[in-house]
Design a protein around this ligand. Structure first.
Ligand code: OGA
Ligand code: MN
Length: 198
């Protein structure tokens, strides 16, 4: 546990991002995927807003995912367990890196076939409390041919593509790393969110 947390922090410091598998156990991932699908089935997922001055039409040219926010006080045991794990990560960061994190926000994201999210930064104009981005994939399995890769743009001009495998998480500073989601050729499920310092 501590070892994995240490590796995450090392990677973020050295590489600017961390990719890690199994931070959330596979049963929890399956449960969260079922929750996402149930919300989608019930029509509870909606298009997200992008930035401050974007209209709905512009949004659709930037991102096509449907989202639904999670509630930290959810009745759902899996969602509470998810927030417990995130809390452990936040406390570890605060203890070892003096990050002063004091909140978080997460949403389910559903990318239908053909959806994407163009290159962007998650923190706009340094006016948000979003310090770190964390995305966890809920897909059953995934091949490169399925598209929907997370492409990150590193400061040296190179790019790196991450396969959205179920149970995999990606972690990076929200104000520094530009990234995009390439066109998904099948439905793509995730929980994306931010650790906050407000
Ligand atoms: C986001 C985002 C990346 C991904 O939701 O802001 O960039 O791989 N998601 O889903
Ligand atoms: Mn993003």
């Amino acid at each position: 546990m501590e070892e994995q947390l240490e590796q995450i922090i090392d990677s973020v410091i050295n590489d600017g991002y961390a990719v890690f598998d199994g931070f959330f156990e596979s049963g929890l991932i399956a449960c969260l995927r079922n929750n996402l699908l149930a919300r989608h089935e019930a029509g509870l997922m909606h298009p997200a807003g992008v930035g401050k001055h974007f209209t709905f039409q512009k949004n659709l040219r930037v991102r096509g995912d449907l989202i639904s926010w999670l509630d930290e006080d959810s009745d759902d045991a899996c969602e509470r367990k998810f927030f417990e794990r995130v809390g452990e990560l936040m406390r570890y960061l605060n203890r070892t890196c003096f990050t002063a994190l004091n909140g978080c926000e997460f949403h389910y994201a559903f990318y239908d076939e053909g959806s994407f999210y163009k290159r962007h930064l998650d923190q706009f104009h340094h006016d948000s409390g979003r310090k770190f981005t964390m995305v966890t994939y809920l897909n059953d399995d995934w091949n490169e041919a399925d598209g929907g890769m997370l492409r990150i743009y590193l400061p040296d001009g190179s790019t790196k593509e991450i396969v959205p495998l179920g149970g995999r998480s990606v972690f990076f500073r929200a104000d520094q790393l530009e990234h995009e989601v390439t066109v998904a050729h099948r439905q793509r499920y995730s929980i994306a969110g931010w650790l906050l310092s407000l």
